[in-house]
Design a binder for this molecule. Sequence first.
Ligand code: HEM
Length: 462
Amino acid sequence: ALHRIPHPPYRLPLLGDVVGASRSTPMQDSLRYARRLGPIFRRRAFGKEFVFVWGGSLAADLADETRFAKHVGLGVANLRPVAGDGLFTAYNHEPNWQLAHDVLAPGFSREAMAGYHVMMLDVAARLTGHWDRAEASGRAVDVPGDMTKLTLETIARTGFGHDFGSFERSRPHPFVTAMVGTLGYAQRLNTVPAPLAPWLLRDATRRNAADIAHLNHTVDDLVRDRRAGGGGGDGDLLDRMLETAHPQTGERLSAQNVRRQVITFLVAGHETTSGALSFALHYLAQHPEVAARARAEVDRVWGDTERPGYDQVAKLRYVRRVLDESLRLWPTAPGFAREAREDTVLGGTHPMRRGAWALVLTGMLHRDPQVWGPDAERFDPDRFDAKAVRSRAPHTYKPFGTGARACIGRQFALHEATLVLGLLLRRYALRPDPGYRLRVTERLTLMPQGLRLHLDRRTPPP
Ligand code: HEM
C-alpha cells in the first residue's frame, strides 16, 4: 500500500531521502516536504519508510480510537532509556500505564488545580520580580530562558514541593541542561542508522549517559527528601506516586516506576509550556493591536485585584485565544504517532496493516488550508472564538495529542500559561527587537530561538 504514497524525488541508496534534509530541524524539514508532497507522504531513512500525515480529514480519521492508538516511535521511543514505562513513553500494553494514569489523574482534577493556583501565583511573582529588575535597568529579557525558569519552578513546586532556585541562578539549572541534552540526543538518534549510533554519536552517547545519570540523581534526592520528611506534600503528585494505591486493585507504583514518573512530569510538565508561553509573547509583541485587546480584557476582568483567583483565569477568554492561536502555528510538541489496532483502511484510501503507524505533523495539520482557509499562515486569535470553533471539523486542532494517551497536563498548562500571560500583559508593554526574525529551534520540542523582548512598566502601575 506504500507505493501510492508520494515521497521526495531524490532517493539515495541506503541513506534514503536525505538530499536537502536538515538534521537539526527535522520537523521544519518535514513541513517543507509536506507542502510539496501533499496531505500524506513518506520519507525513507536508512532503509525504513516513515509515513507522515497532516491533511485534516486523514488526521481526523487517525483520531478514531476504535481503530487507532498511540504509537511509541521515533523521538518518543528514543526517550525510553530515560523515562521507561513512565506515563509518556509507556507502550499501550504495559500495565504501569493504566496504573499510573488512574493514580495520577486525580492530581489534575479541578479541585487539585485550584490548589496549585496559589503556588503558580507565587512562582509568577518571582518572574515579575526578575523582569522588574530588568526593566528598571533597561535590559531586554531572555524570553525562552525565563519562561523555562518559570515553568520548571511551577511544576517542581506544585507537583513535588521542590524549589530549583532557577531565578537565583544566572545560568540554567543543571537539571535543565541535562534535560535539554537528552531531548536533543533523542532527536539526533533519528538522524543516524541505529546500529551505527554508538560509533557515529560516540561522544554524544557518553554525554547522554551522564545527563541521564544527572536526571536520576536529582530525582532520587527529591524522593529521598520527601520520604525522610515523612510525606507532607499535601496530596501533590509526589505524594500520589508514593502513597496512593489504585482505587480498585490496591496496587502501588514501584520505586523504579516512581523515578520514571518524576522525570517524566518534571520534563513534560515544563518544556512545552515554556515554548507555548514564549511563542505567545512573541506574537503579542509583534501584534500590538492583539496585545491591546488582550490587555483591555485583563484590566476589565481582573480590575486591580492583586492576586486574581482561580476562577478569574478561565474568564480571560481572549488571552486564552492568543495562546490557542500560538499553539496552532507552533504546537510545541510538534507531532504524535498513531498505529493501527487491526488491519484497516486510512481515510478509505490507504490500507494499513495491524501495527503500521504514521506520524501526525501537528504543525502542518494546523495550517491545512482546507481546514483553516487560505490565510492559514496568518496569526489571528479570532479563529478560536466560539462560533469559529463550532464551525470547524472535529479533530483538526491537536496541540495536546488525542484519545486515551492525550496530554494529562492540558488543563494545568492552559491555566498556568493563561494566568502568566494575564499577569505580564497587565504589568508590561512588550517591545520586540526591531531586527528579530522568528527562528525556531528543535529538540523534539519547539522553541523560538534567541527571542528577547524590551519591557516598559505600565503607568500608572495597576
Ligand atoms: C502527553 C503536549 C503540557 C504531561 C502529551 C502529548 C502531547 C502533549 C502532544 C501526547 C504525546 C503522544 O501522543 O505521543 C503538551 C503541550 C503542553 C503540555 C503542548 C504545554 C503547552 C504538559 C504538562 C504536563 C504534561 C504541564 C504535566 C504537568 C504529559 C504526560 C503525557 C503527555 C504525562 C503522557 C500522557 C499519557 O500517555 O498518558 N502532551 N503537553 N504535559 N503530557 Fe503534555
